[in-house]
Write a protein that binds this ligand. Structure first.
Ligand code: HCA
Ligand code: CU
Length: 458
């Protein structure tokens, strides 16, 4: 059964120009725990004191997920991992010839000793150990087997097959995993697949099929260069395509949005699962199909993620989509009117980059010759008021009801105490009205929201 280690806090913070605060890291860890990932890689404590502090805070939260600290094969790093309260240390040491020669200046024999020694040391400190042969996929296979078995003999119970440069293909990774399975001592195999060719998740899925146990992910696929598999894509792909339904999908959209906010690293609209356009349909053929039965052009129901489908109206649009959009506003048109409306939409769409609902409503109004009450004729606004704590809200409400341009007044909960719907002929009149409302005794502050469009109830 698939396991997930999420490394948003370690690999994800290695995204160019991304740094999280301590509080943000704690929030990310909490949300990941709600999703139910088996392991959270919380950072490498040798990077900085604040990274160490974050691991410590997260380890103390008592989450269900196992908390993993990353470390190079150095004693001080492994000690720090223990001091932070991590349950497991993930020790990485590169094994490919290019890394040994150019970066580490070590022979294979020296590397083997270093790996053995540090895995054993971590076990002495009472830590569970994952060993990562960095750049494993460019490592001589026989040496890879030797090194991993040495790490397992020294006490590692997990090996992370790191495709550090993202050079694998699904069939090749599957072959390697299957071969490792026959040659390695008992251990769990993690897959750490970088996405340099856009194959990270495909590679990881193939690896799981071939006998690996765990996929490393990050929220929004963050990480060095082009990152690693996205958490939401991984979970939804396994949920829908492989029947792995043990994770809680509910926090996934919130996690993606939260990470966008705190990282400044924004998703492309065409990003699968969490991207803006993932459930948006455009061409007449597609929208017509989707309106008749969403299964025609949707791989799965967007409600699975708490999302909604969207239909874009522009020159590609056909009659059924326009009729459906008008219907949303409670507007019925005859087939002949619809024909003309669509023609005009296509004409306008040819001239403009983007059409808005207000354009469509305006066209509908022109074609039908009927005044559509969804288009506000005068300015309408919602003025929200906060009332001084020592003043009776009802006394403010009474005063507001005396204004002729105030249509409805509501007492409400939340940051404001009262909300009033107001009409005004123009901007000046609205401005004057708000000024007047502000002079009502007991009104502490106001905030005004203008109505752009109105939907009538069924
Ligand atoms: C890196 C290390 C690593 C480690 C992966 C792992 C990689 O190069 O920054 O420990 O599973 O990609 O090899 O992220
Ligand atoms: Cu990596």
């Amino acid at each position: 059964m698939l396991e997930i280690l999420d490394s948003t806090l370690r690999e994800g913070e290695q995204t160019p120009y991304v740094n999280f605060t301590l509080e943000e890291k704690v929030e990310i860890a909490r949300l990941l725990d709600q999703v139910g990932v088996e392991m959270i890689e919380a950072g490498d404590p040798s990077v900085s004191p604040n990274v160490a502090k974050a691991i410590q805070r997260i380890a103390a939260l008592g989450l269900k997920a196992e908390i993993v600290a990353h470390s190079a094969a150095i004693r001080s790093g492994i000690q720090k991992a223990r001091d932070c309260g991590a349950q497991r240390v993930a020790i990485f040491y590169a094994t490919s010839k290019i890394h040994l020669d150019a970066k580490l200046h070590k022979t294979q024999e020296q590397a083997l000793d270093i790996i053995r020694e540090h895995v054993a040391y971590a076990r002495e400190l009472g830590l569970k150990v994952r060993y990562t042969p960095e750049d494993a996929t460019r490592t001589d296979f026989e040496f890879l087997v030797t090194v991993c078995n040495a790490a397992i003999e020294a006490g590692a119970d997990r090996i992370s097959l790191a495709d550090t440069l993202g050079i694998m293909q699904p069939h090749l990774l599957a072959e390697r995993v299957a071969a490792l399975r026959t040659r390695l001592l008992p251990c769990k195999i993690d897959l750490h697949c970088h996405n340099d060719y856009g194959l990270a998740l495909a590679n990881a899925m193939a690896g799981i099929r071939a006998g690996a146990n765990c996929i490393h992910t990050t929220v929004n696929g963050m990480g060095e260069r082009t990152g690693i598999p996205d958490l939401a894509e991984t979970i939804v792909a396994f949920h829908n395509l492989e029947g792995v339904q043990k994770y809680n999908l509910a926090p996934l959209m919130e996690l993606a949005a939260y990470l966008e906010r705190v990282s400044g690293f924004f998703l492309a609209p065409n990003k699968p699962i969490t991207g803006l356009n993932a459930f948006t349909h455009k061409s007449g053929v597609h929208t017509n199909g989707v309106l008749k039965d969403p299964r025609t052009y949707e791989p799965f129901d967007p409600a699975l993620l708490g999302r909604e489908r969207k239909i874009v109206i522009d020159k590609y649009t056909g009659k059924s989509a326009v009729a459906a959009r008008l219907e949303e506003y409670g507007i019925q048109v005859s087939p002949a009117e619809l024909e003309v409306i669509v023609m005009r939409i296509k004409a306008l769409g040819d001239e403009r980059k983007q059409l808005f609902d207000s354009d469509i409503l305006q066209i509908a109004e022109q074609v039908t010759g009927r005044e559509l009450d969804v288009i506000p004729r005068s300015l309408q606004a919602m003025v929200m008021l906060e009332v001084e704590s020592h003043v009776y809200t009802s006394s403010v409400v009474r005063r507001l009801r005396g204004f002729t341009s105030v249509r409805n007044v509501y007492e409400i909960t939340g940051d404001f105490d009262v909300s009033a719907f107001v009409d005004a002929e123009d901007m000046m009149a609205l401005n004057n009205l708000i000024e007047e409302i502000r002079t009502v005794p007991g009104v502490k502050r106001t905030e005004t929201r203008m109505v752009l469009k109105k939907y009538n109830g069924k």
